[in-house]
Write a protein that binds this ligand. Structure first.
Ligand SMILES: *Cc1c(COP(=O)(O)O)cnc(C)c1O
Length: 362
């Protein structure tokens, strides 16, 4: 690659890992039934709970990508309940598809993918009193929008419902006020803002929600039965084989997050990187897809492709220079490109990226 560097991943996960985390991946082999692995899982779960310092929540570690964690979290939707999904992108739609596959009653409040979540329509739906759970996506990676989960959580509380949140691309990178926002549980993954390796994910749930879970009949899968994983992990066990080396790397990534100053400092780093990327793109007439800068979170920006530039050409030029960017999904395929700024990136990487973008778009 250019300047002798490896590829830098600017897709929204998996991210470029630090050497420290990569070394942990090559750690000694361990049996998942031995005390040393039990201690490792306990360490990961404690560190996860402490990222936002929420004492009344418990982290449940799962083998699988972020989607597995979201699907396991849906164990908390009981079979006799009705869920409200508030969607404005691919990942909100995926939650609805999971509820459909699980045969659980639900309705979807949709808004245009370039708009925020529709709080008015959500409020009207909640006012019918039919919903016990409200599901949405915090950072909708489809566009890079940070949804107003706090406002939705307050509406849900007013109508006696609790929130289940897809925080897969925001956990450790954005502010999350779990109690204040009425979040009963969230799902996230190792390999986005935490900078671990792909292969493990987790649900962070209120202790009371986990205590209630075994009796609500919400588990529709043996592998992704959240209550079973929670009960086993509380006993220092795990129902199935976890990816042991990936778990070791996750613990190291969480330790590194702590050493780096926690989610606040990571958020500040991402915000600064995104500011630089947006400034270069503005200069090159690649305009943000969303109207307001304030609509975006810190981790990712979606840009409209300038006329006469195809995604394939842009991707190829940037990859030649050592960077992997990301295409649009769904209706945005071929119309936008996305640049995420998670992972191990140096100031020099960002300067090289700016030069590469100027070559490709200038
Ligand atoms: C990445 C992502 C997921 C899950 O993706 P996996 O490929 O299963 O890890 C879910 N929701 C959001 C918002 C995401 O960004």
């Amino acid at each position: 690659m250019a300047d002798g560097h490896g590829l830098r991943l600017l897709n929204p996960g998996p991210v470029t890992m630090t050497e420290r985390v990569r070394r942990a991946l090559a750690s000694e082999d361990v049996c998942h039934r031995e005390p040393e692995f039990r201690d490792l899982v306990a360490s990961v779960r404690t560190r996860l709970r402490d990222v936002y310092g929420e004492p009344d929540y418990t982290a449940v570690l799962l083998g699988g990508s972020g989607t597995a964690a979201v699907e396991a979290m849906l164990s908390l939707v009981g079979r006799d309940e009705t869920a409200l999904v508030v969607a404005n992108g691919v990942y909100g739609e995926r939650i609805a598809a999971m509820l459909e596959a699980q045969g659980k009653a639900h309705e979807v409040v949709r808004s245009a993918w370039t708009s925020g979540i529709d709080l008015e329509a959500a409020n009207a739906a909640l006012a019918t009193g039919r919903f016990q759970r409200v599901l949405t996506v915090h950072h909708e990676t489809t566009t890079g929008r940070l949804n107003d989960v706090g406002a939705l959580g307050v509406l849900a509380r007013e109508h006696g419902a609790t929130m289940l949140l897809d925080a897969v691309s925001s956990f450790a990178g954005e502010a999350l006020r779990l109690v204040e926002w009425n979040i009963e549980a969230l799902a996230a993954t190792a390999n986005k803002c935490v900078h671990g390796a792909p292969g493990v994910s987790f649900v962070l749930a209120q202790n009371a929600a986990l205590a209630r879970a075994p009796s609500n009949g919400g588990a529709t899968s043996v592998y992704l039965d959240l209550a079973r994983h929670a009960a086993d992990q509380a006993r220092g066990s795990t129902p199935f084989t976890l990816p042991t080396h990936v778990t070791r790397a996750f613990d190291e990534a969480l330790a590194e997050l702590e050493d780096d100053g926690g989610w606040r400092s990571r958020h500040a780093t991402y915000a600064e990187r995104s500011k630089q990327v947006r400034a270069v793109c503005a200069e090159l007439h690649a305009h943000p897809l969303l109207e307001g800068q304030a609509d975006y979170g810190a981790t990712l920006t979606s840009f409209r492709l300038p006329p006469a530039v195809t995604y394939e050409d842009l991707h190829a030029q940037l990859k030649h220079d050592g960077f992997v960017i990301y295409a649009g999904q769904g209706t945005f395929a071929g119309a936008i490109f996305r640049i995420a700024v998670m992972g191990a990136l140096s100031a020099g990487d960002l300067e090289r990226l700016a030069r590469s973008l100027r070559r490709a778009l200038g």
